[in-house]
Design a protein around this ligand. Structure first.
Ligand code: TRP
Ligand code: ZN
Length: 873
């Protein structure tokens, strides 16, 4: 059915040939760019079987000429297959010269060399370099690169590539050239070039050893004022990596370029990161606080890759989490250090528990180190990134920070300049700790979310407390039977007065190491019946259950010293109510909010001013996505209605308290991006959300006033969302129109404007979404626009996407079929909500499946979409 074969980890073999150096010259022309590549090749002494030389090359490459040691190669000496060029009968060492022609303008897949708004840029991870020239496009082939760019000087004054600029010149036909040299070995996926008319913000950083590094961030000149935040984030990241990991930057220059057309968030190309504008541009007037934090964390993430990814890279793409899991863990710790650690932890666990757990429960479930794939682009997943980070975090927890640091030092030192595996990473941790991590490695090979069932027993006479933990893991596509995992479970025991028992080593938290299917842990000298606080700070990526009473959860919510578990207790309490009301709703009973729930919230509101950031978290109801993930069978309408009911009840019964809290957190002080101010805004906008959940003209006026007078996007946008989504606002369009008029020239703000409308839960959203696709600010080729409209509608507007008539499913399938020919990576990613069909009510299952089948039957599909659809049906 698919043209592309399944690739297996077990079939890995080292390459037959190695590339020592690659010398590239690009003559950049929009429709016919010429790429001249000179390779110094030698036979790989470590190759198991020595076969022909395999150069990958996409079918779109036009081979212009090929020479071996200066002599044209006869056409009988090589043959071309769809994805490669094979050359046999080669000497042990030789030089190969290849000229290819490519068409950047027609490149809508945004892999390889393409044009983004008239600027040339590249995206080579994972397998984009084969769309540029013939080359062994696999990460275990590492070479030093020299790159010369030739282009029209007026249109493309800035010419960038990896490493350092070493030579430049002007030609007499109006073109100019720059030659770049990257002294570090790298695989082809880290290659990059940029050519365009760009403005630049420049700064400097002095490393811990005293070297001065030039920092440059490039963007279109209109966006120059939006680069300060990314620059600050970059300098903070560089400092943090020196302090926490002892890692110093290694080139004289570090460049970031912002591009508007980009399939993902950003890319860590050596010395020349390329960023989606959405992950680098930030300005208080146009960017929300959430946007600011995203920029900071993505800048950090790509910077940290310089060591975890570039200096030490992956042997093959099955090892992707080697760099991604570790780097996400690093950027999470960085963000925790820059802001509130609890807020950061709640945010990251939220992603893991909703989206990654859902992935683990779906047809695309795979281990952190997958065993097979058809299209590697489909494996840039929450499992590889977020669960991969959780696995590294568990190593950090099990070994402790000092030993973990010794392990990372050993890993970087031992493997600098190499392409290695997740086993090599764990081995470094095993070597420094003297521990056997064999069982721990099951986290890399077994998919699925483990379930822990905890029970306890207290013996007052013996002053002994016992916790019994049972673990199991549901079957996933790659394996039915799972072996027990090795995991750290951080626990505390609370006394009736709310304080925690002092446990082993004098601390109030203790680490239990679970290794067996069932295990009992004993605590001695426990002189009163304790209440356990389990899995503190979410010490393992699992689903845990313990038979708490509502009162016990409320007790943890007010007393647990672990901020994460306080929050989680509140979520569990709310979830119990939600699930009960969903039952009532489905049985068409009247819904009612119990008095004790209101009492809890009164208390939360009263205490909110003490810690606004925490309060905003505690008073946010579990998301529809999280409720869905936990549901046995998802009924999106019931979930939405019940959640809205609770919100409305809390809003109307506590209206004066919300208003008071809202006004208390108003300010005359000008905007600042300080964490304290961000927390204030988030609490105040949470209040606005509750105020707007009831039909009250005074509240509407408040939102309108905030919308008109806000001096920053966080407040203006929060007001807009509330005005646009309100059931009680007849003039939602007024706010939307005025926002459009104000910001129509700001592309990123327009993404937000599109998104508010796409996520509007009111009836008729699909019609409006379809109209948006014809709006002048929409661009069907720009992934950010596609995500803002189609992605947002299908992923964040459950009531409308899952409409009973199947219109949402048909809409998505229509667009996937259109998109697949244009941009397979984006098409495959958009498919996700349809792949979850088994989780929904029977009528929905049938309609979702029918749309998947329709895509399958449509004929020619990309490997990307084929893999996702075939695994889902
Ligand atoms: N390595 C990039 C990151 O996580 C991911 C990435 C950027 C990517 N662009 C891509 C992956 C295109 C696949 C395709 O930081
Ligand atoms: Zn990454």
């Amino acid at each position: 059915m698919s043209a592309k074969p399944v690739i297996y980890l077990k079939d890995y073999a080292p390459p037959s040939y190695l590339i020592e150096t690659i010398d590239l010259k690009f003559e950049l022309e929009e429709t016919q760019t010429h790429v001249f590549s000179t390779l110094r090749v030698k036979r790989n002494p470590d190759a198991v079987v020595s076969t022909e030389l395999e150069l990958h090359g996409h079918e779109s490459l036009q081979l212009r000429s090929i020479k071996l040691n200066g002599q044209p190669l006869e056409s009988s000496a090589y043959h071309r297959e769809t994805e490669s060029l094979l050359i046999s009968d080669l000497p042990d060492a030789f030089e190969l010269e290849i000229e290819t022609e490519i068409n950047p303008k027609e490149n809508t897949a945004l892999e390889g060399l393409y044009l983004s708004d008239g600027m040339y840029c590249t995206q080579c991870e994972a397998e984009g370099f084969r769309r540029i020239t013939f080359y062994p496009d696999r990460p275990d082939v590492m070479a030093t690169f020299t790159t010369t760019l030739v282009a029209d000087q007026k249109a493309y004054p800035i010419l960038l590539s990896n490493g350092n600029p070493v030579e430049k010149g002007v030609l007499d036909d109006g073109r100019h050239w720059v030659k770049w040299q990257d002294p570090f070995l790298k695989p082809a996926y880290l290659f990059a070039l940029v050519a365009g008319d760009l403005a630049c913000l420049e700064d400097h950083f002095t490393t811990q050893s005293g070297r001065k590094v030039t920092l440059q961030i490039f963007a279109e000149s209109k966006d120059l004022e939006k680069l300060d935040h990314a620059m600050t984030a970059l300098k903070n990241s560089m400092r943090w990596d020196e302090q926490v990991y002892g890692r110093e930057y290694d080139l004289d220059i570090y460049m970031i370029v912002a591009v508007d057309f980009f399939n993902m968030g950003a890319m860590e190309n050596k010395g020349l990161n390329i960023f989606n504008t959405s992950c680098v541009l930030a300005h208080p007037r146009t960017t929300t606080d959430m946007g600011f934090q995203r920029v900071e964390s993505v800048v950090a993430h790509e910077y940290f890759h310089n060591w975890s990814g570039n200096r030490v890279t992956c042997r093959d793409w099955f090892q992707l989490s080697l760099k991604e899991g570790f780097t996400v863990f690093r950027d999470q710790c960085f963000s925790a250090d820059m802001h509130s650690a609890v807020v950061q932890r709640v945010d990251e666990v939220g992603i893991l528990r909703t989206a990654q757990f859902a992935e683990d429960a779906g047809p695309m479930a795979h281990p952190v180190r997958p065993a097979s794939f058809i299209e590697i682009s489909n494996f840039y997943t929450l499992t590889v990134y977020e669960k991969g980070a959780a696995v590294v975090r568990m190593l950090h927890t099990l070994l402790g920070p000092e030993t973990f640091r010794k392990g990372s030092d050993l890993y970087f030192e031992r493997h600098d300049g190499q392409a290695v595996t997740t086993d090599d990473f764990v081995q470094a941790m095993a070597d420094v700790s003297g521990r056997d991590l064999t069982q721990f490695k099951r986290w890399y090979s077994q998919a699925g979310t483990p379930r822990l069932t905890v029970t306890d027993r207290y013996d007052a006479a013996a002053q002994r407390y016992e916790l019994t933990v049972k673990q199991s893991c549901p079957a996933t596509p790659e394996s039915k039977q799972k072996q027990p995992f090795h995991m750290p479970i951080s626990v505390g025991l609370l006394r009736a007065d709310g304080t925690s028992f002092v446990l082993a080593e004098g601390g109030t938290s203790m680490l239990l190491e679970l290794t067996d299917a069932e295990q009992t842990f004993i605590f001695e000298k426990i002189d009163e019946q304790p209440l356990p606080s389990l899995l503190r700070n979410f010490s393992a990526p699992v689903k845990l259950s313990y038979p708490y009473t509502d009162e016990q959860l409320a007790f943890l919510l007010s007393h647990d010293e672990d901020g994460f578990n306080r929050w989680d207790a509140g979520q569990q309490l709310a979830l119990r109510l939600i699930n009960q009301l969903i039952d009532d709703y489905q049985q068409q009973k009247d819904l009612a909010l119990p008095e004790h729930f209101l009492a809890t919230w009164r208390l939360l509101i009263k205490e909110a001013p003490q810690d606004p950031a925490m309060a905003a978290l505690l008073m946010t109801l579990p998301s529809e996505a999280y409720i869905s993930e936990l549901a046995e069978q998802i009924d999106p309408i019931a979930i939405h209605q019940v959640r809205q009911f609770i919100k409305r009840e809390l809003a109307s019964k506590l209206a004066n308290l919300w208003l008071e809290l809202y006004q208390q957190h108003d300010t005359d002080v000008a905007y600042s991006a300080e964490p304290k101010e961000m927390a204030r805004r988030s609490l105040r906008n949470l209040c606005l959300g509750y105020l707007m959940a009831v039909d009250n003209p005074a509240h509407l006026a408040l939102a309108e006033q905030q919308f008109e007078t806000a001096d920053n996007m966080t407040d203006q946008f929060a007001a807009l969302v509330n005005l646009a989504h309100s059931e009680f606002n007849d003039s939602a369009h007024t706010a939307l129109d005025s926002f459009l008029t104000q910001w129509q020239h700001e592309s990123l703000v327009m993404n937000q404007w599109l998104m508010v409308q796409a996520t509007d839960p009111k009836p008729g959203a699909l019609m409006r979404v379809m109209q948006l696709l014809d709006h002048p600010v929409y661009d069907p080729r720009n992934p950010n626009k596609i995500r803002s409209v189609i992605g947002a509608f299908c992923n964040q507007n459950a009531v409308n996407f899952h409409a009973e008539d199947g219109s949402g499913y048909r809409f998505l399938a229509d667009h996937i079929l259109k998109l697949d020919a244009q941009n397979p990576q984006i098409a495959a990613r958009l498919l996700t909500p349809l792949t979850r069909w088994k989780r929904y009510t029977p009528n929905r299952q049938a309609m979702m499946q029918a749309q998947l089948q329709r895509i399958m039957d449509s004929g020619k599909l990309s490997g990307d979409v084929y893999e996702v659809v075939s695994k889902s049906l």
